[in-house]
Design a protein around this ligand. Structure first.
Ligand SMILES: O=C[C@H](O)COP(=O)(O)O
Ligand SMILES: CC(=O)C(=O)O
Length: 212
């Protein structure tokens, strides 16, 4: 189907930050997911970058209050597998013609990545109105994204890539930003130490950011 904008808007309205997650095992994935939900970040983007990612996605579906999606969806096989595991949304770092074609048959919405006005216009021709701006900081940051809002006012973005608690407000203040994504709320050292309380604290700080 064409992008289900109402469904995506309902998901991103749940929190100002979508944690971008790399999970190695389902048990710690559930602990981290629970800490994020407790801290006020219920929308979880589990990237398909690890061998255990789909098992982790399946396990996290059991977390009360969580809305679990798949990130780094690069092709039709990953899209199909993520949907079969119960992903409620899909995210990609960019958009290839084959992925866009595959998403037309998907029962859950895709948030595709763009880094330029031309890429955004191509996706808009396919009915997309919600996109990831990736990689946000290296691609030009908030100033760049702000510049896109004049010629492309009908498009809204979730910038991701290099964003921190300190950098998030300048994105969230833009008219064409609906939320931000980032991995800063789940630092590798906290995961290694199984410090779920720290992850909950980081989530709470992120959840308190002013809504766009
Ligand atoms: O690949 C990067 C993810 O999209 C998140 O980026 P980040 O680790 O800079 O927050
Ligand atoms: C970076 C990103 O958007 C993804 O991995 O899906």
């Amino acid at each position: 189907m064409t992008q289900d904008i109402d469904r995506l808007d309902a998901i991103v309205a749940m929190a100002p930050v979508i944690p971008v997650l790399l999970f190695d095992d389902p048990e710690s994935a559930v602990e981290i997911g629970r800490a994020l939900v407790r801290g006020g970040l219920p929308v979880l983007e589990i990237t398909l970058r690890t061998p255990a990612a789909l098992d982790c996605l399946t396990a996290c579906k059991a977390i009360e209050g969580a809305v679990v999606g798949a990130g780094t969806v690069l092709d039709i096989d990953q899209l199909t597998a993520a949907v079969a595991c119960g992903a409620e949304f899909l995210v990609s770092p960019g958009a290839s013609p084959k992925l866009i074609h595959a998403a037309e048959g998907s029962p859950v919405p895709l948030l595709p990545g763009v880094a330029t006005a031309g890429e955004a216009m191509t996706l808009a021709e396919h009915g997309y109105r919600r996109m990831k701006f990736f990689p946000a900081e290296p691609a030009g940051g908030a100033e760049y994204l702000k510049a896109l809002s004049s010629p492309l006012p009908h498009l809204r973005f979730c910038p991701t890539g290099g964003i921190t608690l300190e950098k998030a407000p300048k994105y969230l203040a833009l008219p064409n930003v609906m939320c931000v994504g980032g991995s800063w709320v789940v630092p590798a050292d906290a995961v290694k130490a199984r410090d779920w309380a720290r992850i909950e604290t980081l989530a709470r700080e992120a959840a308190a950011l002013a809504r766009p």
